[in-house]
Design a protein around this ligand. Structure first.
Ligand code: ITT
Length: 198
């Protein structure tokens, strides 16, 4: 199948949208000519009732595709911490409560993990491109790393200040955005998704 000419982004998270746009332009740019449109502001929030990243990405992609009449790309993502049995995982955005801020979520993660010696964690993104009711494309990206003891860095968003990817001396929030975008779970998922068309 040919890549659709236009795809609407299903994410209401502006940080994710910026990263997706940047990765597509700089890393996949010469191969992927599709125009990415932002999620229309008038669309209501979509309840994320699924039990997995895939379920939630499917809910978001199909809802936005139906509402706009265009193929839609959703990103469901989060951080899974080994010593917390994979939590917060699919509940990363509401870890400290339904309308918790990034700072609240990150603080709760540090409190729950405390001084635990096992700091292992991974960021996960599952992307779903919903083309029509019979056609969807799925991709996953994961990056392993560790949770540092206190937040470091001011870039990025969400849990970036507490996540140091394997093989690096900096957290995601200490990296320039282009450095994160070269290695992130989001980049890996996007490359794997668009490879299906190349
Ligand atoms: P949409 O559903 O509208 O896309 P959202 O922010 O609600 O936006 P999710 O439901 O996928 O997105 O929740 C993702 C959570 O994981 C949220 O708390 C983010 O802050 C966090 N997260 C995801 N990717 C991240 C990244 O690259 N760096 C830091 N935190 C991230």
């Amino acid at each position: 199948m040919r890549l659709p000419d236009k795809i609407v982004l299903a994410t209401a998270n502006r940080h994710k949208a910026e990263e997706i746009n940047h990765i597509l332009k700089t890393i996949l740019g010469s191969a992927v000519k599709t125009q990415l449109l932002p999620r229309p502001d008038y669309l209501p929030e979509i309840p994320e009732t699924g039990d997995t990243f895939l379920d939630n990405a499917r809910i978001k992609a199909s809802t936005i595709a139906k509402a706009t009449g265009l193929p839609a790309l959703a990103d469901d993502s989060g951080i899974s911490v080994d010593a917390l049995g994979g939590q917060p995982g699919v509940r990363s955005s509401s870890y400290a409560g339904e309308h918790a801020s990034d700072a609240d979520n990150l603080q709760k993660l540090l409190v729950e993990l405390g001084d635990h010696p096992n700091r292992g964690a991974k960021f996960v993104t599952v992307m779903v491109l919903h083309v029509d009711s019979e056609t969807e494309f799925i991709a996953k990206g994961e990056i392993k790393g560790e949770i540092v003891k206190s937040p470091l860095g001011n870039n990025g968003f969400g849990y970036d200040p507490v996540f140091r990817p394997e093989g690096f001396q900096m957290t995601f929030a200490e990296m320039e955005s282009f450095q994160k975008d070269e290695i992130s779970h989001r980049k890996l998922a996007l490359v794997s998704l668009f490879k299906q068309f190349l």
